[in-house]
Design a binder for this molecule. Structure first.
Ligand SMILES: Cc1cc2nc3c(=O)[nH]c(=O)nc-3n(C[C@H](O)[C@H](O)[C@H](O)COP(=O)(O)O)c2cc1C
Length: 163
């Protein structure tokens, strides 16, 4: 069965909820194995063993989070030229922007020769003050539903072999 690998990092919980919703959506597809892994615990073998990817990260300081960057730093060259053409999408949890994190993932994915099969899904928590930014996040039902739909679409595409 094809495998969808969801790689996630989250500091205050928002991205975790988005990735979990996507995993729930994907799990409705019985013909696909969905793996939800922490970025810090994801290794090149996990990337190689998957058929499609969902990268889920907060935007921190106008970039993907450091832990997510470390995941790409550790896995980029070991899998380069071995995953060409595989489908991917991204989930970004941001305070008010998210565009740079999305661009960074797209740039890395281009290097890997992955194929974007959906636009980056960005959810803004609208945290402004340091206290709000550091507080645990609660993602709304409508945004979680969008994440679940993206997970379901990725899984359906893998199951039907249309990617
Ligand atoms: C150190 C730090 C830097 C941040 N930088 C940005 C940023 O550049 N752009 C943005 O939109 N949000 C920024 N944020 C807000 C986070 O993206 C937001 O709080 C989001 O909910 C984090 O996702 P998480 O809950 O999964 O950790 C920053 C947060 C922290 C802690």
């Amino acid at each position: 069965m094809p495998t969808l690998l969801i790689v996630v990092h989250s500091r205050t919980g928002g991205t975790d909820q988005m990735a979990a919703a996507a995993a729930r959506g994907a799990a409705d597809e019985p013909r696909v194995v969905t793996r939800l892994l922490r970025a810090a615990e994801t290794n090149p073998d996990d990337v190689l063993a998957a058929d499609g990817y969902l990268f889920a990260t907060p935007e921190n300081l106008a970039a993907i989070s450091g832990v997510m960057k470390d995941f790409f730093d550790r896995t980029y060259y070991p899998v380069l030229d071995r995953i060409n053409g595989r489908p991917y999408a991204s989930l970004i949890c941001a305070g008010s922007d998210g565009q740079n994190a999305a661009r960074q993932i797209a740039r890395i994915a281009t290097g890997w020769r992955l194929r974007a099969v959906a636009a980056p899904l960005i959810v803004c928590t609208h945290a402004q003050t340091p206290e709000e930014i550091l507080a645990p996040k609660r993602i709304g039902a409508a945004d979680l539903a969008r994440c679940a739909e993206l997970g379901a679409a990725l899984a359906a595409g893998l199951a039907m072999g249309i990617f």
